[in-house]
Design a protein around this ligand. Sequence first.
Ligand SMILES: C[S@@+](CC[C@H](N)C(=O)[O-])C[C@H]1O[C@@H](n2cnc3c(N)ncnc32)[C@H](O)[C@@H]1O
Length: 652
Amino acid sequence: MEGGSVPGAETMTCGRSDGKHASERGANPQVFQLNPAMGKENSPPRDSKSIGFGTCGGGAATGCRKGRKALVPWRFQIGYKRTWSSSQGLSPIINNGSDGPPGTRGSSKFEDGSRQCAPATARKRSRVQFSAAAQVQTGSASSSVPKEKKITPKNRVSITRESVMASLHEFRVIYKTLLEEEKNKRREQEDGTAHDDLGAFQVFRERFCVEHGDKRYEGSLPGVQVGDVFDSNKELFLVGLHRSQESCVDYIKKGRACLAVSIVSYVQHSALNHNLDFLLHVGSTAATADQKMEGTDMALKRSMDNKTQVRVIYRSMAHLGEHSRSEGDTYYVYGGLYLVEKFCREKITEDQFVNTFHLRRMPGQPHINIQELVKKRMAEPPSNGTFVVDISAGLENIPISAINSVSNEYPMPFSYISHMQYPINYQLEPPSGCDCVGGCLNSPKCACAVKNGGKIPFSKNGRTFGEKPLVYECGPSCKCPPTCHNRVSQRGIKFRLQVFKTKSMGWGVRTLDFIPNGSFVCEYTGELVKDEDAEKTENDEYLFNIGHNYYNVSRWDNLLKTIPSLRSGPQEGEVNDIAVDALKSGNFARFINHSCSGNLFSQNVLYDHDNKSMPHIALFADVDIPPLQPLSYDYNYTIDGVRDPQGCAIYR
Ligand SMILES: C[S@@+](CC[C@H](N)C(=O)[O-])C[C@H]1O[C@@H](n2cnc3c(N)ncnc32)[C@H](O)[C@@H]1O
């Protein structure tokens, strides 16, 4: 610890979380339970006789895909070093390839953890149909998703403030859960040495934080106001006020020099008397009067020479009280911008000098009373919110968290399956494969390229070239390696995605990573059901009508002719009355909401069987999607649906 302005300041070392995924994939469906008491009520396997389809619940059914054992993804194993910042470049993990026995490869029961659980969304008795390969391209910008506030110079400040406060609130909701988990883990390991807060923060930064970098900023920060109170130095990091977790002085590099940008200081006597005008910062000690100055002292000296602004954050120890919420009851209050006006090297003993810096608060900033602000923060009731670290309970490559920062509800229970659930009596026939031992090329020798009309439908980095009536990926019978660039949707998710509670549309899904246009995002999984059975379902909100109108000439035009299997029209036995029902069993894709101008499109994909009536429904990015953007696609809502003049579904 350099300098002396923060006695006993918290430190942040590289705490390692064991990062283990909530559970391992196993032969039996896993039970994700926040509240064990909720365990039994919600998992009756569907009666296979009455509807002619079965589930894999019992595991013995023929034709039912079941029990592929898979490893915990390596990136969540102990000792994994994060590479989130380059997550788009990560080689996708092959743990759900198509070379196993047909069956549900894993399922987990996702259950709500709260008895006050309410319906995910107001149930509408109208039929929602999503349709792959049948989306109406309206080209219209209209959407039933509430439009984002338009940013004008006038409201920019309030929008930025809102978003900083929202991030802070979400952090608090997430951090509370992670801290609790760390504490439990530590209790189990009976290890009293490690800091739970460091572990929790490390997990947060790796898995749930949108900004990965440690970028430092100079001067005031948009959205952060003088007098803002923070519960920990992790929150200072989050909003960017002070990013060093080890030192009380933070700095940036400017050219070859370092300039101080922030100081965390204990509340000095004068400040207790509400006078924040002056701050004395005690730096390092020196052995001689002319010893070269280094580190953060040098950065402060340079700030003085260059007259650059330094943010000062006051660290206040509060008394333990009923409402105290931060560990050690330490609060941090943003005091405003200061200038370093003077530097002294004072002799303190015969052979010891100390560097001191005099900082003066810049005029025109609001007057604040630190004690009052801390008292107010302590009196605030705990804020609403729930957080689930991974609703997939380890079934996805990357945990799928669920956050509700609006209320205290958890998502409604459902059985989590990461792969499509086929009818009980349905035998998947493996397709013929290619012989490209070294990987597939766009050549007449690659049988899979031929099936796709002579070209592999993905670029070398796994992005599509656009929507097609049908895409053939390489499959279990192919001789190409798992890294073949014609295996995309079967590899599972590669971006950090999050289920979140929206203000007006129930739950939705958003991305925490940047998703480049054309990237595979996820599959829409569920039980494959016949339309006639789907009609009988009580709740049709999660029905995805495959509706593979492959032969819609006006829609596909010349593309249709390029796919040999579609050229000669429907084959005998081909049916088009199948839907995916994700009501009882599904994955997080069931939470993706509708928009006419959605940022995803659905794509029919075949790889582990050749039945065109039951393609996988893969969702790909239609545009570049920035972090925190909600995911959406056009449901192509038809029955009972009200449409706007552009033909887009309107939700009432
Ligand atoms: C597949 S679910 C999507 C997830 C859902 N929001 C939830 O909380 O479970 C479809 C339902 O979400 C709601 N929804 C989807 N898109 C919407 C939109 N653009 N506006 C309003 N509600 C929407 C409707 O209630 C619809 O029946």
